[in-house]
Design a protein around this ligand. Structure first.
Ligand SMILES: Cc1cc2nc3c(=O)[nH]c(=O)nc-3n(C[C@H](O)[C@H](O)[C@H](O)COP(=O)(O)O)c2cc1C
Length: 176
């Protein structure tokens, strides 16, 4: 690539093996600084949740966001039939919450930390989150390994002095 800084590295997934392309893509994605969210729902009255960075605004009229979930994750069975979910965007003080909800822990262990309540949909709400989007799932699409949940926001609960937990370069950073 002409004019690129000498520290830059170019890779072209189409010219790589699937394994190399995956590793290269993941390296690239590690350079994105993302908010960390705990996405929750309930299944038969049991609370279920996972940590996610793949959450994105879709539109503000009506208020709509999307969430991407790996179909191989342990929580997929609960989310695939969910009609409601809640996106809890973490504050700077929530590193331990992020770690627990990031995988390889039981749901009991995940909800044992943090102050959990609920709003309109009854999905678990983290009381001191930076912001909470309580949602109704309006559609779901499968792309490759993931499902994309399109969600209409029915309630927003936000901190008046938010801080942020950012995941960047495979590490948590606290802002504010
Ligand atoms: C910082 C971070 C961000 C994550 N983002 C996502 C995401 O956007 N979508 C997803 O399906 N999994 C994501 N995960 C992984 C899920 O949190 C994890 O697969 C889920 O908790 C289920 O874990 P288990 O299958 O080991 O029980 C993320 C994990 C971490 C630590």
């Amino acid at each position: 690539m002409q004019g690129a800084e000498s520290e830059m590295v170019l890779s072209e997934p189409e010219r790589l093996s699937p394994l190399e392309a995956r590793a290269s893509y993941r390296e690239g994605m590690a350079a994105l600084a993302n908010s960390v969210h705990i996405v929750t729902t309930t299944l038969g009255g049991t609370r279920v949740g996972f940590a996610a960075t793949a959450v994105c605004s879709v539109s503000d009229e009506p208020p709509t966001l999307l969430v991407c979930l790996n179909r191989e994750s342990s929580v997929y069975a609960a989310f695939k039939t969910a009609t409601t979910l809640c996106v809890n965007t973490l504050s700077a003080s929530h590193v331990e919450v992020a770690r627990r909800f990031g995988g390889q822990t039981s749901q009991e262990c995940r909800f044992a930390t943090g102050n959990w309540t609920s709003l309109n949909t009854r999905s678990p709400v983290l009381a001191d989150a930076a912001v909470v989007f309580d949602c109704r799932v309006v559609s779901r699409t499968t792309i490759n390994t993931h499902d994309i949940f399109i969600c209409e926001v029915v309630a927003i609960f936000r901190s008046l002095s938010p801080s942020a937990l950012i995941y960047f370069n495979r590490a948590y950073r606290e802002i504010g």
